[in-house]
Design a protein around this ligand. Structure first.
Ligand code: ADP
Ligand code: TZP
Ligand code: MG
Length: 264
């Protein structure tokens, strides 16, 4: 498994997929940079008129509801329909699930359109599965990823999607595997867009790796390890944001395998 994960990282670098992102205003710049750093290409676009044509030239799609409005909901539906037609995988990042009824209504519709993967923090995964006893703090989690595993299993069964719960431990749940990754650093929670970058990276991996669960493990491990290594030598959130991009770009097989903390 460990060597396969590194091979998946090199496949993304070699094949350089083009990822269409309908994502939020807050993270557009960091997620585009994260995609470039791993060797993929980003395009951020949400105009109704170009959703069909965009999916014809792209290899995958990210649907991120971070700064939702009704115009964008229509963009999301148009892009998903086109992605499904072109057999392009699409990822759902349910930013702020559970925060407002509008988000939850939109998410119910999107879930029924069958994302190949869903990545969120623990509060978001709990809210999506309607298991939430505690409220999300806007886009930030108030729960532990380990407490959202049953919710992730439920979502995996219900929607046949790979589910990734991010947090201190990242948990990947699919039909074939359930994996825990104990990488990352607490300082990563002090930078906006870490989870959104993880979702964008995930879409790049899914574009070129047919084994979706393995693609999810490799993508999640890559950003968590890049964050963990970078946090050791940075001065705080500002420099961490920049050095994660550097590490996503430069990480070697040795560094990746030395830091990988995986539990099957
Ligand atoms: N408490 C933590 N300790 C260590 N790493 C963390 C912690 N929380 C998040 N991370 C890292 O940050 C990444 C993004 O996760 P998270 O902060 O849960 O997403 P979001 O930004 O969507 O809330 C995770 O994959 C993990 O690598
Ligand atoms: C702060 C904020 N508000 C709306 S979207 C967003 C960014 C959320 O990014 P992430 O989920 O990666 O922390
Ligand atoms: Mg998030």
């Amino acid at each position: 498994m460990k060597e396969k994960l590194w091979n998946h990282i090199t496949t993304v670098r070699k094949q350089s997929p083009l990822v269409h992102n309908i994502t939020n205003y807050v993270v557009m710049n960091n997620t585009a940079n994260a995609l470039l750093a791993i060797g993929a290409s980003p395009i951020m676009s949400h105009a109704h008129e170009e959703m069909v044509a965009m999916q014809q030239i792209c290899n995958s799609l990210v649907i991120n509801i971070g700064t939702l409005d009704t115009y964008w909901v229509k963009s999301m539906h148009l892009a998903i329909e086109a992605a499904n037609k072109n057999k392009n995988p699409w990822v759902l990042d349910p930013v702020g699930a559970g925060a407002t009824p509008f988000r939850d209504e939109v998410l119910s519709e999107l879930l029924n359109l069958k994302p190949i993967a869903i990545r969120g923090n623990a509060s978001e995964i709990l809210a999506l599965a309607k298991h939430n006893k505690t409220q999300t703090k806007g886009v930030d989690s108030t729960a532990s990823s380990l407490d959202a595993i049953d919710a992730a299993r439920f979502l995996n069964k219900q929607y046949n999607a790979v589910v990734i719960i991010s947090g201190e431990t990242d948990v990947i749940v699919s039909d074939e595997l359930e994996v825990k990754l104990n990488n990352g650093n607490l300082l990563m929670t002090k930078i906006t867009g870490m989870g959104c970058s993880a979702s964008a990276i995930l879409a790049a991996f899914l574009a070129v790796i047919p084994e979706s669960a393995e693609a999810a493990v490799a993508a999640t491990a890559l950003i968590s390890i890049a964050g963990e290594i970078s946090a050791k030598s940075c001065d705080g959130p500002g420099s961490l944001q920049v050095s994660i991009l550097d590490k996503l770009h430069s990480i070697t097989e040795n560094e990746f395998l030395k830091h990988l903390k995986i539990e099957n």
